[in-house]
Write a protein that binds this ligand. Structure first.
Ligand code: PEP
Length: 250
C-alpha cells in the first residue's frame, strides 16, 4: 500500500514572514489529517523559519532544488547537507521550470538524484512532456527518457524510495489540467518503465504524484485514479484553504 503524498511547491513566492504565516495557517487546518505525507516546499530563504513553525506538526519540509556537489566553489548553489540541516526531508528535482530556464537536463537530474539519495533526502523527480510533444504523439518517449535518464545507475532499493511527479508541462500554471484518464494512463506507463528498469516491486512501490493546475475542484477525480498517489501543487498551495482542501481530498 503506497502512502499518499501531497506537496506544495511555493516556487519563488513568500518572504520568510509570509512563509511562516502560511505554515501557521495550515497547521490547524491539517491537524486531523493522518496517513498522508504533507510536504511544504518554500524558497531556500524560508526553509529554516518554516521548519521552526511546523516542527512537531504533521507537516514535512522540502526544498525546490539542490546541487550535486557536497561543498566548494559553486557560487549560488545549495548542497543536500545544507537542506538536511535546515530541516528538509524532501527535495524537488528536475522541475520543468528548472529545465526550461536554468538548463536542467536528464544528466544533471541524475547527478542530483544520486547526491540526494546519498545524503538521505527523499527526492521528488519531476517528469513530463511539453504541449508540442503531446501533440506530436511522443509523450511516452519523453517521459521514458526523463525517467530512465534520472534513474541511470540508481539501485533498486534506492529507486523504491524516490517519488516521481508526473507534470505535463502544458498543465503547469496554465489552468489546463490533464483529465484523470490522461494522467492515469501516463502514471501506469511510468510503472511499466520502472518495472522494465528494475522489477515489478519497484514499479508498484514508487509513489507517483500528479502535478499541473490541481485545484480543490479537480483533485478528488485525479487522486481517485489507481496509479495516482497524490499531487505536487503549485499555485493552489499558496493559499492555506485551497491547499488544505486538496490535501484532504487525497
Ligand atoms: C508545479 O509547479 O509543480 C505545479 C504543478 O504548478 P501549478 O499547480 O500551479 O500548475
Amino acid at each position: 500500500m503506497r502512502r499518499p503524498i501531497v506537496a506544495g511547491n511555493w516556487k519563488m513566492n513568500k518572504t520568510s514572514a509570509e512563509a511562516v504565516k502560511l505554515a501557521e495557517e495550515l497547521k490547524p487546518l491539517l491537524a486531523d489529517v493522518k496517513g498522508v505525507d504533507i510536504v511544504l516546499c518554500p524558497p531556500f530563504t524560508s526553509l529554516e523559519a518554516t521548519y521552526k513553525t511546523i516542527r512537531g506538526a504533521n507537516l514535512l519540509l522540502g526544498a525546490q532544488d539542490m546541487f550535486w556537489e557536497e561543498s566548494g566553489a559553486y557560487t549560488g548553489e545549495i548542497s543536500a547537507k545544507m537542506l538536511l540541516t535546515s530541516g528538509c526531508k524532501y527535495v524537488i528535482l528536475g522541475h520543468s521550470e528548472r529545465r526550461t530556464y536554468f538548463g536542467e537536463t536528464n544528466q544533471t537530474v541524475n547527478k542530483k538524484l544520486k547526491a540526494a539519495l546519498r545524503a538521505g533526502l527523499v527526492p521528488i523527480v519531476c517528469v513530463g512532456e511539453r504541449r508540442e510533444e503531446r501533440e506530436a504523439g511522443v509523450t511516452q518517449q519523453i517521459v521514458e527518457d526523463h525517467v530512465a535518464g534520472a534513474f541511470e545507475g540508481i539501485r533498486a532499493e534506492q529507486a523504491s524510495e524516490v517519488v516521481i511527479a508526473y507534470e505535463p508541462v502544458w498543465a503547469i500554471g496554465t489552468g489546463l489540467t490533464a483529465t484523470p484518464e490522461q494522467a492515469q494512463q501516463v502514471h501506469a506507463f511510468i510503472r511499466q518503465i520502472l518495472t522494465k528498469l528494475y522489477n515489478s516491486n519497484v514499479g508498484q512501490q514508487v509513489r507517483i504524484q500528479y502535478g499541473g493546475s490541481i485545484k480543490p475542484d479537480n483533485a478528488t477525480a485525479l487522486f481517485s485514479q489507481p496509479d495516482i498517489d497524490g499531487g505536487l501543487v503549485g499555485g493552489a498551495s499558496l493559499t492555506a484553504s485551497s491547499f488544505a482542501e486538496i490535501v484532504k481530498s487525497v
